[in-house]
Design a protein. Sequence first.
Length: 444
Amino acid sequence: MAMIREPSLFSWKNVESKSDLDRLRLVLRGLPDEALMRRLEEKRGRGRDDYPIRATWNSLLAGIVFQHESVESLRRELSRNGELRDLCGFDPLGGEEAIPSSDAYTRFLKNLMKEQEMIEEMFNALINEAKELLPDLGEHLAVDSKALDTHARGRKDPATSSDPDANWGKKVKRGRRSDGTMWEKVTKWFGYKLHLVVDSHYELPLGWKVTRASRSDSRELIPLVKDLAKRQPDRIEVAKDLSADRGYDSGDNNAWLWDEMQIKPLIDSRLMWKEKETKLVDPSRVDNIVYDEKGQLYCHCPKSGERREMAYQGFEKDRKSLKYRCPAAAFDFPCQGRSQCGSGCYGGYGRIVRVPLEKDRRVFTPIARSSYAWARGYKRRTAVERVNSRLDGSFQFERHYIRGKKKMELRMGLALTLMLALAVGHLRAGEKEKIRSLVQLRAA
């Protein structure tokens, strides 16, 4: 917490009306911001101190916690709310004269933008605290991107915009209707893109990056995980899997996650094949095994031609292969062609097929896409969508007045840091069930 002056003789604790300042107190107590405050105070030196740095900083945090979409909205609240002024460190009886002017806030934000690295250090320090309270933090990871509109008009030539750092981004979603026809939805925006990695169980942010809107999702997955490994190597050691939507579909991403980091990729695949199936060539056996783009293996009965799903038997780590078994043998039903599938199939354990991951790293992963484990793990990906939703709703990224990449990085860094600070505060208070709560008050 940015420590402020001694409490005034006039105490707002005597006010009978119950306020909702508990959330702000939770943040101010838990935020490791002392180093940042000293840095800013050293830079100010013996300059004018009309508006104390610590009080101004606390008020800026209050603006985020209480969902003010602009500095002017925050200033209006501070002008009328003496209790809030007192908590931030301003004179509770000073009214509007006690709070910084718009220009003062602008100068303060410019100075903060120069200290982005220290904001990121606070974010990392809060992760260190959270993992002491949640030892399994980072076991399940999820990655996604989020469109960030700039408060500037988009033009064909971004250089002519009032925000030249921004550019145009586009997301295309495709699917298949129940009648078999395809649908497509295209979303365009002018601004930036947030790339976010979260713990998909606790729904807490672990890493982030802001880029121009046109930046490819797929190319940012490896840098995000590398950054997390650099800052939190022990979280990478406990990480078991990483889920992401098909925007991150890449054989290189899948191969790197498993081969280099021992993290199982749970990344949806795009449907790119013209043919629905391709043969799994095995010269030593009857060539009746095929697979589709989702990684599901099927056998075609040599006699009847009937198509059946192969029985998945697990991942053999030492062989880097997925193991499948003859479905007739696995599920004990008659098959006219079992005798033609090779030795040991008829009346025995049944034919075994091993598919090395190297067959197609985009299709085959250490957790078979056809398995229940893959489906359960991929569902956890929705956690990152909920974090993005909180950024929009509770942290006002749906309605803001931000222009410029540095301002966007600062504002995003503060929002994600406060999200962690609130979670850590609830954990310290023994309120684990509230770590995702941004608006619910703590128990009295």
